[in-house]
Structure formats: structure tokens, C-alpha cells
Design a binder for this molecule. Sequence first.
Ligand SMILES: Cc1cc2nc3c(=O)[nH]c(=O)nc-3n(C[C@H](O)[C@H](O)[C@H](O)COP(=O)(O)OP(=O)(O)OC[C@H]3O[C@@H](n4cnc5c(N)ncnc54)[C@H](O)[C@@H]3O)c2cc1C
Ligand SMILES: NC(=O)c1ccc[n+]([C@@H]2O[C@H](COP(=O)([O-])OP(=O)(O)OC[C@H]3O[C@@H](n4cnc5c(N)ncnc54)[C@H](O)[C@@H]3O)[C@@H](O)[C@H]2O)c1
Length: 478
Amino acid sequence: MTTETQEYDVVVLGAGPTGENLADRARAAGLTVALVESELVGGECSYWACMPSKALLRPPTALADARRSPGAREAATGSLDVTAVLEHRDKYASYWKDDGQVAWVDSAGIDLVRGHGRLDGVRRVVVETPGGELRTLTARHAVAVCTGSRAALPDLPGLAEARPWTSREATSGQEVPGRLAVVGGGVVATEMATAWQALGSRVTLLVRGTGLLPRMEPFAGELVAEGLAEAGVEIRTGTNVASVRRPDPSGPVTVVLADCGELVVDEVLFATGRAPRTDDLGLETVGLRPGQWLPVDDTCRVTDVPDGWLYAAGDVNHRALLTHQGKYQGRIAGAVIGARAGGLPVDTAPWGRHVATADTAAVPQVVFTDPEAAAVGVTAEQAERAGHRIRTVDYDLSQVAGAGLYADGYRGRARMVVDLDRGLLLGVTFVGYGVGELLHSATVAVAGEVPVDRLWHAVPSYPTISEVWLRLLEAYRE
Ligand SMILES: Cc1cc2nc3c(=O)[nH]c(=O)nc-3n(C[C@H](O)[C@H](O)[C@H](O)COP(=O)(O)OP(=O)(O)OC[C@H]3O[C@@H](n4cnc5c(N)ncnc54)[C@H](O)[C@@H]3O)c2cc1C
Ligand SMILES: NC(=O)c1ccc[n+]([C@@H]2O[C@H](COP(=O)([O-])OP(=O)(O)OC[C@H]3O[C@@H](n4cnc5c(N)ncnc54)[C@H](O)[C@@H]3O)[C@@H](O)[C@H]2O)c1
């Protein structure tokens, strides 16, 4: 049944972190906003990604940190309380209820429309509500697609019938499988292998490449692999999965490897990347291909659609699949939609108010493994490929006094990539215990284009792990 058409200044599809921020900024610019959500307000991040995964990872890391500290080590003799960890995770996933976030949407003066939204031509959206009604929303100024991504599964014989875990089951699972195979070598694979091994699974990591975390500096994957192996994870590199079998739906899964070997496990997690949630979005009604990522300019306007009314922010535009970058794009796109609607000046110079320049120059990421891997900007190889004249400076983190105090036998490494022509940093990577909290210093340096000579005057406190900055700069000066 179709009801009447409602008009808003802006219609936002998807109430994940990106859609929420975009709606908030557009509303703050004085526009009326409808926010359409088909599942839970808060999106993947709140219920099946960042929050539950980090809640699973923090207790084992805290225990491992205690065991790395003499005196505390003697007190930390028990094992993880798995039930308490899972309860902690459930709490951080808000028990998969979105009341809290809905209350925020209401308080921000944004109209929440529950249901599956689809584009229906220019500046028009049709929402299929949970009750099966069709509601038409038209937008005076803009429609913003913030529908995120879902786990991408390879096309393998037997996979669908085997009901593999994806990131959703890996972050919300209530039972600890005795044996867990994890396919992939990226961020989800390494974080979830860390968590489930600590919770008691025997994890085998099946990596088709030669190492882990291939988008980071090579030493990141090497040190994270060492940490996983010490925790008991079996890592098999250069391994391809050929097919999967689970004849008994409640029985074990057989993972058939391309080299003819087989692995029998209780669950198999495919952590093999993401696909855009654009396949059932009415893209064909505006001349786009269903299922495609949505390329955008730096103001998050979809480049292939005329008249500039369609925006895409967050995972769905494939610029940087991270919550903080999606929220950043949401803030920028919300503001630029407001400025354009009000006929105000739009600042599109690099690093201007209305462009997401950091997406290409200074994306930070922390991988919450044990040790953590944290990086911002480009790797040495990426910088060279982009034609920069660089110098790479490395430092062994165990030589820093604050690191030794943080953990007995601290292992870690830091690298900065210096642009020799401009005298500033293009990228920084830290790997080690607790380095996630160090990363923002590097992000400020890279995004702020702080000259290396000026960094010399940014004196790190003694004795913190941050003193690695001093050591890197000394090594650079020498
Ligand atoms: C296991 C895991 C751990 C992660 N950990 C981190 C981390 O620690 N830090 C970090 O920065 N990033 C992390 N990420 C990435 C992060 O989850 C995403 O980058 C982020 O969720 C993207 O936000 P988004 O708003 O663009 O999309 P989403 O969070 O996917 O939200 C999109 C929303 O749109 C809704 N939607 C989709 N289609 C429609 C439609 N047609 N109509 C109405 N609504 C629709 C969906 O239901 C969803 O609520 C992790 C990802 C995974 C898988
Ligand atoms: N802490 C964080 O910031 C965090 C945590 C989790 C996820 N994320 C984000 O979520 C996104 C998704 O993470 P992800 O780990 O799924 O993707 P990813 O792209 O990081 O890694 C996917 C891995 O799967 C491998 N792969 C792909 N197809 C395969 C196949 N058919 N067989 C075997 N291996 C295959 C790839 O080689 C790669 O190593 C990432 O972009 C990441 O940034 C961020």
C-alpha cells in the first residue's frame, strides 16, 4: 500500500555512524532531514563490528598486559572468564537494541523512517516499511547514500550450505567453537583470530597471501603473526580454500584446501573483505549499476550522477572503510549540503571546510591485535609508488624506556616515512603493546603537515612510549 509523499530538504539512507553524522550536520545547518534505516540505528559498527569486536579483545589484552608486568603477573594466574567477556561484549553491543541511538536521533530533530529505502529517480526515495507499506520521500536538496557494506564471500562450492561465520557471527557469537578456521589475512581475520583463540578456540588462520595485514608496512604483519603464533594460532600462508562441506547442519565443517589437504573444524569464519550494500537500492533508476561502490568527489558528491543532488559517504564510497573516516565524511557532506542549499560559499581547496582531504592523505587505523598495529598515511612502498622522494626511519620500540616499563620484554617497531622534498611526514606506523593510543600524535603530524624540524620541539614526556618520536627524529637527524 502506498501512502502520501513527504518532502524533506535531505533524505539520508542508512543510519550507521556515517548516516547519523551526516544527518546531524545537515540538521545543524537548518535543514529538515529524514533518516531511513532498515535494521538497527547505529549500523554495523555498533552491533556487529567495532564495538563488539573491541569489547571481545580488551579483556584478553588486559590479561596479557598484566602477565607482561612483574608483580601483576604473579596475581594474574587464572584464565579468562569467558561468560563475563561475552556479557561485556553483549553490553557494548547494547544487547542488539537501538533505543539509545533512536533517542539521540529524536533529540537532534531528525525524522527516523524505519524500512528499506530505494532510490526512485531524481531526489526521490521509496521506503518499504516493516509493515509492508510504501512511503515516498522527496528531497528538496540532496539524497545521501550511507548504506555501508556487508561481508563479501567468495564463490566456493558448498559455502552457502555450510553456513560460514562472517564478521556478524564472529562479533556476536554466544558459543566458543572448539576449532575455528579463519579465512583471510586482513584486519577482521587477525582481530577475530586473536579474540577467539583467547576465548578458548583452537584457531587456524588460512591466508592465501604470503603474510598478514598486507596494506600495512611488512613488519606489522610479521609482528602480529608472531603474537598470534605465541598465543597458539596456527597460521598457514599461501593457502587457498577450494570448497567447504557441512553435510550435517549441526556437525563439523570440512574446509577443503586447494593443495588437496583438508581441515575439519566446528566453525569457519570468512573474513575476506567487504561488498557495498547497493544491490537493492534502486541505483538503476538514476543511471547507476546495482551492486557497485559509489565513486564520489572530495565533497562526497557521486561523480556519475548529473546535477549534484546524490551524495555517498562511509563504506559505500570505498574511500576508507573505517568508522572514523565515515563519520568525518558525514560531517563534511552534511556541512557542504547545508552550504549549497543556503547558497553559501563552499570551501573545496585541499584541507578546506567542505572536502574530505584526509581520506587520501592521512587515514589512521588501529588493528587491535596483540601486539597492536597502528598506522596513518602511506607506507614506504606506497610513497615510492606515488613518486615521492622519501627517507624511511625505523626504531626498535623495545629500546624506549617507557616501553620497557609498559611490558617486560616489550617487542615493537616504529617507522616514519619522510618526504625529503617537503620535509614532512607522509606516513607513520607503530607496532607494539598499547600503541593504539599513540597513533593520534602521528595523525596530527601527518594531517597537519608539521615540518620534521618543528617536530623536534614537540618534546615527548618521559618515560612514555611516545619517546619513540624523539628516537625517530634523532635517527633522522643523524
Ligand atoms: C568486524 C569488524 C570490525 C570493525 N572494527 C572497526 C574498528 O575498530 N574501527 C573502525 O574505524 N572501523 C571498524 N570496522 C569498520 C566499520 O564497521 C565500518 O567502516 C563502518 O561501520 C561504516 O559505517 P557506515 O555508516 O558507512 O556503514 P554501516 O555501519 O554499515 O551502516 C549502514 C547502515 O545502513 C543501513 N542500510 C543499508 N541499506 C539500507 C537501505 N536500503 N535502506 C535503509 N537502510 C539501509 C544498514 O542497516 C546500516 O545500519 C570494522 C568492521 C568490521 C566488519
Ligand atoms: N580495527 C579496525 O580498524 C578494523 C577492524 C576490522 C575491520 N576493519 C575494516 O573493515 C574492512 C573489512 O575488513 P576485512 O578484514 O574483511 O577486509 P580486508 O580487505 O582487510 O582483508 C581481506 C583479506 O581477505 C583476503 N581474501 C580476499 N578474498 C579471499 C579469498 N577468496 N580467499 C582467501 N582470502 C581472501 C585478502 O587477501 C585480505 O587479506 C577493512 O577495510 C577494515 O579496514 C577495520
